[in-house]
Design a protein around this ligand. Sequence first.
Ligand code: FCB
Length: 485
Amino acid sequence: MTDTTIERSAPEPEELGAGRRFPQNFLFGVATAAYQIEGAAHEDGRRDSIWDAFSRVPGAVVNGDNGDVACDHYHRYRDDVAMMADLGIETYRFSTSWSRVRPDGGPTNPAGLDFYSRLVDELLAHGIKPWLTLYHWDMPQALEELGGWTSRDTALRFAEYALDVHDTLGDRIDSWTTLNEPWCSSFLSYTGGAHAPGRQDVAAGLAAGHHLLLAHGLAVQALRERDPGLELGITLNLAPVHPVDPSHAGDVDAARRIDGQFNRFFLDPIFRGAYADDLLADVGPLGLDAVVRPGDLEVISTPIDTLGVNYYHGEHVSARPAPVALQGSAPTDRPTRSPFPAAEGVHWHPQGLPTTAMDWEVEPDGLRELLVRVHREYADAAGVKLYVTENGAAYADVLAADGAVHDEERVEFLRGHLGAILDAIDEGAPVHGYFYWSLLDNFEWAEGFSKRFGLVHVDFGTLARTPKDSYGWYRDLIAGQKPAR
Ligand code: FCB
């Protein structure tokens, strides 16, 4: 680790608006995911996940990058936790790798679990609350070869894996998340083909989406039965979806479809025990009807305690093409298709806002709008606590001649989005925590190492860590908000 001592400026919570403060119990954190940072891909019994296999497909990942080494967090976790403590975070969201814990989806691998046990001990020794996600996209490749998420059996295997992890870590972790962003691990991966396993099949994406929901419900039931005191939840990537012209029927229908196939596909079964009628009319005959069995929706709607919201940008859609198209997917030599099963003729329109290196528009107020909606329409009635489990931005960061990374745009991004959370709270939507994505620059899936989201710069040659200016800003913000710590 390079020196993490950054000169402290006076904490300035008023940067978010004069004297604005987060609720006392609000948790500040950062998030990461196993495959994106761990490396040690073939150590201590770990076997291939779908991301190891996908990374070998020519043209699938920018520069042919892979997670064999990534940030080498598997070996450097002590230094990384020391850095988290210096940053002052109260909670750390990480994921366990299914292919480390149950290589090939088979018997438990104690050496793999032991890594997470050591990591959790290290976090607790530094007073950092571990926030565990069981599935951040790295399914054992052997299970993919048996059908992956298109197979109902995978949901049962997932619940067994959840119990394995709980057997080892349950005594030290309260907050458990079943899945990260099931939209990505179903539609983007099995229909769009942009992520592992890279299939391009509408019915497969719908089956995957339903089986992921079933896996979530089964794991919640199994964990709840084992340990009624756990805080259980799921993390969804959600977005406000707007018609470009609210008076144009085609645009309104486009927004309804995308809201259905992005947000409500997951929210309605979890919170209401049903897929919405309009969604069923659009996608039921394309493959969803074929996989839903009696009783599934009761399992999926098993009560939860927390909902993680991941927010990056809003969606502005129309039935008419945009004058200037939005960019934003990883360049790939492989064919991909739209991840949406029933959205032919829907077009995305840029709003003319500043964009990140991902070509995502920076839209902090969308986070306020989203949190208020999710609270009012879903979480409030269910008594479910909302957390922002991911939010962040990639920029073309460079190590300057003075050895620092001056990432003012990321500071601006953080300031805007934390302010939007305060706006949501003021509007009556309680939000209980925020996890910046991400602690470290890391393996950004199909973008490889080409996109940097970290508060900490990583040199992927030497693996040296250099805190960016945004790290100092976030540290000062936390210190100012939590002066008693
Ligand atoms: C989210 C993923 C996370 C990271 C960010 C940029 O969709 O959950 O792993 O890639 O996007």
